[in-house]
Design a protein around this ligand. Structure first.
Ligand SMILES: [Zn+2]
Length: 58
């Protein structure tokens, strides 16, 4: 089952969506996006918690 994430689900307005075959693949896509688009070299624990809660199964 694929997993997906959308930034707007955690209150970001950038319109980014990611989809991957598993959570670790998805997390690496999200981490790369967070770094480029949101200037987060590292996703902090509070944001990580929101991200994980917003990941959907497809
Ligand atoms: Zn974003």
């Amino acid at each position: 089952m694929a997993k997906s994430f959308a930034c707007r689900d955690i209150g970001m307005s950038c319109g980014f969506r990611a989809r991957a075959g598993n959570e670790s693949e998805l997390m690496s896509k999200i981490a790369a996006h967070a770094k480029e688009a949101h200037n987060m070299a590292q996703i902090d624990a509070a944001t990580m918690k929101k991200v994980k809660a917003a990941i959907k199964e497809e």
